[in-house]
Design a protein around this ligand. Structure first.
Ligand code: NIG
Ligand code: FE
Length: 383
């Protein structure tokens, strides 16, 4: 098996608790994994070498929450929001209509475009949800297409109640937990529910997550985004890996997160794009909650694919230090997906990295909006 040494790393943020941040470092890749990492002068001989010219390197970002299976956009809705119309869950139905009308090829092409956009901004692991099909066939095809690009696929049939079931939401929950789950489970690793006023309530969410678990899907939850609610405590009660949004939290919610170790995934692009108050990341970190940052890339509440932007927002608007924000965007996301092979660059990790045209990872927050990611490597290959 041949080895490749990545040399000339000015600053290497490993996100490995033992190694921390190294200066003038090298990293040796073998079979797509990190085989050695440390100071340049101690680097072992390798079959080939690639010089990174003194740039900073961070682990590839782990974006643990996105909705990339859709067609169309909602730029007009965004424009209306910026002149005062509040965000509501109902906008999802606009995208449902466009997604149902799209061909498989159009959905696959839009997904590929967005994944490529993410790659160019340093994301190397991405979770992708369904949720804009909301029929058995449309949800199943969304997940089958998503599976072609990532193992982290999430069945979100419970995004909103579609218009044809508006009179009978209970019948829609039966569809989601019955035939839709049956058709989607083979293509999904996770099941998710939008637990919020205007979407699904606590009992419905519990029913759907339990039905998913019975089919081997692990749960995650959209909760406490638009107002206080029971979702975060439900996620903790069910022992989920992650609960996402967490914008409105009571002290009891925070205590439950601490107790169960459920990761709170914060999505600052949503608050930015809906002009809403940001979640209090400082409160969570100070209490000892595991925090992740993800993009939530979707055509409604947040149409950014940029993890560097989310890091900058987390630092500027949510009271996180640059080091905390980078950790949340790498190891935090990995924890939210229960993955130990990504999000860090310790020995044995998948060799996923973002090479920055900057001397330090600090520039991710210090230089918002600047395309700093010069190269992205996945499993030891430059993409
Ligand atoms: O995570 N909250 C629910 N789903 C998305 C928004 C979807 C949409 O507006 O289309 C979210 O913000
Ligand atoms: Fe979401």
């Amino acid at each position: 098996m041949s080895t490749l040494a990545l040399t000339g790393i000015g600053e290497l943020s490993t996100q490995d608790p033992e190694l921390g941040v190294l200066h003038d470092a090298a990293l040796v890749v073998e079979a797509g994994r990190v085989a050695w990492v440390g100071p340049s002068r101690q680097a072992p001989a390798a079959d080939a070498a690639y010089d990174l010219g003194g740039r900073a390197v961070v682990p590839g970002f782990v974006d643990s929450h996105s909705h990339l299976m859709f067609a169309g956009d909602r730029a007009e809705e965004f424009a209306a929001r910026m002149t005062g119309t509040p965000y509501s869950a109902g906008g999802i139905r606009t995208t449902v209509a466009a997604t149902r009308a799209a061909s498989d090829e159009q959905l696959a092409a839009n997904l590929a475009r967005l994944v490529d956009e993410m790659r160019r901004q340093g994301t190397t692991t991405v979770e992708v949800k369904s949720g804009y099909g909301l029929t058995v066939a449309d949800e199943a095809r969304a997940l089958a297409i998503a599976r072609q690009v990532t193992d982290e696929t999430t069945f979100l049939g419970a995004h909103v109640v579609p218009p044809e079931h508006a009179d009978d939401p209970a019948a829609y929950v039966d569809l989601v937990t019955g035939p839709m789950l049956e058709a989607c489970a083979p293509h999904a690793r996770w099941v998710d529910v939008f637990c919020e006023r205007g979407a699904f309530d606590e009992d419905q969410a519990r029913t759907i997550l339990q039905a998913g678990a019975a089919k081997g899907l692990r749960g995650r939850l959209h909760a406490n985004q638009l107002g206080p609610g029971p979702g975060v405590r439900l996620a903790c009660e069910l022992g989920l890996m992650a609960v996402d949004h967490c914008t409105y939290l009571s002290d009891e919610d925070v205590s439950a997160l601490v107790e169960t170790g459920t990761t709170a995934t914060l999505l600052p692009g949503v608050e930015f794009s809906t002009r809403s108050p940001y979640p209090d990341a400082r409160r969570l970190l100070d209490a000892g909650v595991h925090v992740a940052i993800a993009s939530d890339c979707n055509p409604g509440s947040c149409y950014t694919s940029s993890m560097p932007l989310c890091i900058a927002l987390a630092v500027r608007e949510m009271g996180m230090s640059p080091a905390e924000a980078l950790a949340a965007a790498t190891t935090g996301g990995a924890r939210a997906l229960d993955r130990s092979d990504v999000g860090h660059l310790g020995v044995g990790a998948r060799a996923d990295l973002a090479v920055l045209d900057a001397p330090s990872y600090l520039h991710l927050a210090y230089r918002p909006g600047v395309p700093l990611v010069a190269q992205t490597w996945v499993a030891g290959r430059r993409t």
